[in-house]
Structure formats: C-alpha cells, structure tokens
Design a protein around this ligand. Structure first.
Ligand SMILES: NC(=O)c1ccc[n+]([C@@H]2O[C@H](COP(=O)([O-])OP(=O)(O)OC[C@H]3O[C@@H](n4cnc5c(N)ncnc54)[C@H](OP(=O)(O)O)[C@@H]3O)[C@@H](O)[C@H]2O)c1
Length: 391
C-alpha cells in the first residue's frame, strides 16, 4: 500500500460520537457518516479498539474549567485562542491498531497495537509541557472508529497478556498526570505519600507508581474500596469521611510519622487537613512538605492560610498532564508489566450517553477506569468487559 492511499478495507466514512457544543449529554450526537480521517506526514491512522473515559470529557463538554471565582473558562486555551471547536470527537486515551501510515512513516508499523500519548505538544521539547492540550479536545480523539495521530506518539504495546481495553485503561490522561504529580514533588524511595481520590483513574495510577519508585502510598478513599486498594499496593486506606479525626487516623496508619508529600485530586475542604498531615511535627521531617494538585473532585475552592504555607514552607505544585519523557517511561513500565490496568467496565460507543451518566453517578465498588469501544469492535474488545461481567 502506498502512503497516500487508504487500504480498500477502510471505509470512506465511519461511526463517531460528535460533541456539538457545550451542555448536557444531548450535545453528544452519534453519527455513522463521518468522513474517515487520512494520515498526513508523520501520522498514523489508528483503528480504535478502546478509548478510556476521563473526567475531562465531561468538564470540557460542560465548559467547566474556571480559573477565577467569576467563572472564567480557559478550556485549555493557554496558548491564546481556544482550541476546542465544534463538532469535536472526544476521547483522549486511545488504544488500537495502526491500519495506514502517512508520508515519512515506516510501512512496517501497519498492524501494530498501541497506546496514544494524548498530548497535543506545543513543541518538540521532551522535558516540559507548558500548554497542555490533548486529542479529544484540541483535535479529534478516540470516540470513533478511526483516529489520526502522530506516529511518534502512538506507542507500541505488544504485550499479549493485555487486552486492548486494558491498554486503554492505562492511558496517559491518568497515568502521565499521576507520574508528573510525583516527579514535580520529587517523590523519593522510602517517602510516605498521601493519595486522595485513590480509587479513581489517577489515584490507582499513583498507588502503583509510588510502589515502582519505592515510595509508600497511603490511600484516601471509602471503606468499600479498601480491600481492592490494599491489593493494588496501598500501605493503608484512610476513610475520607469524618474530617475532624482525619489527621489522627493518618498518623495512626503511619505509626506517628508525618506524610512526606500529598498527591491531591480532591481539593475543597480536605486539602487543609492534607497539609496538616505533613506539618504536624516539623522536627520529624527531613524534607520540605510537598503538595501536588491535579484535580478538584471534592471542590474547586479551598481556604488555606498563607501563613501556614510559608511558615511551614509547604511547596505546592500545580500539575496538568506531563512530558514526552514521562509518557515514554510509562510505556516502558507498561511493556515491562510493572503497571497493571484497573478496568471497571466497557461500554459501546453508541451508548456513550449511558456511560457518561454511569460515570457521574457511579456507586460503591467502582475502581479505576471505564472504556468506550466502537460497536463494530464490541464483540472482540468490549463484550468481555461489559458491565454485566463486572464483579
Ligand atoms: N490535571 C490534569 O491533567 C488531570 C488529568 C486527569 C484528571 N484530572 C482531574 O483529577 C481528578 C481525578 O481524576 P480521575 O480521572 O482519577 O477521576 P475519577 O476516576 O473520577 O476519580 C476521582 C475520585 O475522587 C474521589 N472523589 C470524588 N468526589 C469526591 C468528593 N466530593 N470528596 C472526596 N473525594 C471525592 C473518589 O474516590 P474515592 O471514592 O476513592 O474517595 C473518586 O473515585 C479529577 O478532578 C480530574 O478532573 C486532572
């Protein structure tokens, strides 16, 4: 096959879920006549087999990225002009197979199973990412049968023990963010790390990554998820309820030692208590207290006294996504079997509305990720992980 033609087996149009504007799930419209994209120079065409859902799908749809209390919305427009235009195909964490390649890409890549590094990097730098934007927001993503992405960002994951849905569940939106939270705060071997929102996509990645670097993760979650989080690698699970006794319960779990660094995905009224777990006795510390923030599932505003921050020298890191280097390191760990998927369930692409509602209203026992599988791929890649098969 030449670089500039699509194989005959690839139809000219495809099924996709189009986001047609900001609003409720009715803004997501399922179409079966969307032109199949063609790979340009340096790009590959991927037949999507599974794409993980992330919170950002809902936030971007609803326009929920305020940066000031008056509700200014940036929606990842850090580079100036907003990049989210409509219609847009969402879906950041794509797994699939290369079915065609653009000019300059080795034809040998056709057939490769891989995972997308979801970033729309502004430049070629490998160690910094200052304007986080991503496939599914500033460019079309994986809630479709096909997607075009840069060849260098579609990483080969050959591992036969991993299903495609499981590969998608280890997508970079969760795993790279988690890793960048840790590298920003310079989490080191032997350190005690408090992880909030521990049962979610980022939290389950953080627990595993702490263990990989030799740190000790303490998970903040709910009692019904305790056993699963301990099995994943948490040293202890601290119930996020009953805030007044929170610090006491953390210190009980650590044997009285302060937490070295907090990875906060929850925010709101909990963050001030998280800081307490680090500064409770500064004489027992050997490093500065560090707080990495990458999410606000529990509230976007926290009241914290500045004096507490500067007198106790709390170092705070805002984290969005991560770097090319970090994505490549994570793929190495996936290939090496050090990282495990935490997959809750799969949904059909045509049933994305239901998946969105399930994601928002999820009940007890939910851990990790859900993935969306194109209907044409469902029997092979989705059905084994359908909700009715979830324990
Ligand atoms: N900065 C970035 O680049 C980036 C990237 C990915 C995600 N995020 C953000 O990071 C956060 C976590 O993402 P995720 O994908 O892991 O989300 P997720 O899968 O939805 O998990 C969030 C977890 O937070 C906990 N939680 C939810 N509501 C809470 C509340 N009111 N109070 C306390 N805990 C609450 C729950 O865990 P328990 O039941 O275990 O307590 C929940 O499982 C989200 O806010 C997301 O938007 C940011």
């Amino acid at each position: 096959m030449a670089h500039d033609s699509l194989p005959e087996t690839i139809p000219a149009s495809m099924s996709a879920m189009l986001l047609t504007g900001h609003g409720d799930v009715d803004k997501l419209v399922y179409r079966q006549d969307v032109p199949t994209p063609r790979p340009g120079r340096g790009e590959v065409l991927v037949r999507v087999t599974a794409t993980a859902k992330n919170n950002t799908d809902r936030k971007a749809r609803e326009g929920l990225y305020p940066t000031k209390d008056k509700g200014e919305v940036t929606s990842f427009a850090m580079g100036g002009e907003p990049t989210l235009t409509f219609p847009r195909i969402q879906g950041a964490d794509v797994a699939g197979r290369v079915v065609a390649v653009g000019e300059g890409v080795d034809l040998e890549r056709i057939g490769e199973r891989g995972l997308l590094d979801f970033n729309l990097y502004a430049d070629a730098r490998r160690d910094i990412n200052l304007t986080p934007d991503y496939y599914g927001h500033g460019a079309d993503g994986g809630f479709a049968e096909y997607v075009v992405v840069p060849s260098a960002q579609f990483h080969h994951v050959p591992n036969p023990e991993l299903a495609d849905a499981e590969v998608a569940a280890m997508g970079m939106c969760s795993y790279q963010t988690a890793y960048h939270m840790m590298t920003s705060a310079r989490v080191a071997a032997g350190e005690r790390v408090l992880v909030s929102g521990a049962s979610g996509g980022v939290g389950t990645a953080l627990i595993q990554l702490c263990r990989i670097v030799g740190a000790i993760p303490y998970a903040v979650s709910q009692p019904d998820k305790r056993a699963a989080l301990l099995a994943l690698g948490a040293e202890a699970v601290i119930d996020r309820g009953d805030l007044p006794t929170f610090v006491e319960r953390v210190l009980e779990a650590t044997g009285g030692a302060p937490i070295d660094a907090v990875m906060d995905l929850v925010g709101g009224e909990m963050t001030d208590r998280f800081i307490d777990t680090m500064i409770v006795d500064m004489k027992r510390r050997t490093t500065y207290p560090r707080l990495s923030i990458a999410g606000a599932s529990g509230g976007n505003l926290s009241e914290i006294m500045w004096t507490r921050i500067y007198l106790y020298q709390v170092q705070i890191f805002g984290v969005s996504h991560g770097t090319r280097e970090e994505a490549e390191q994570l793929v190495e760990w996936i290939r090496g079997g050090q990282l495990k998927p935490v997959l809750h369930a799969a949904f059909k692409l045509s049933e994305l509305h239901e998946a969105e509602r399930y994601f928002v209203n999820r009940g007890s026992g939910y851990l990790g990720k859900i993935v969306i599988v194109p209907d044409s791929q469902w029997d092979e890649h989705g059905a084994p992980f359908a909700l009715e098969n979830t324990p």
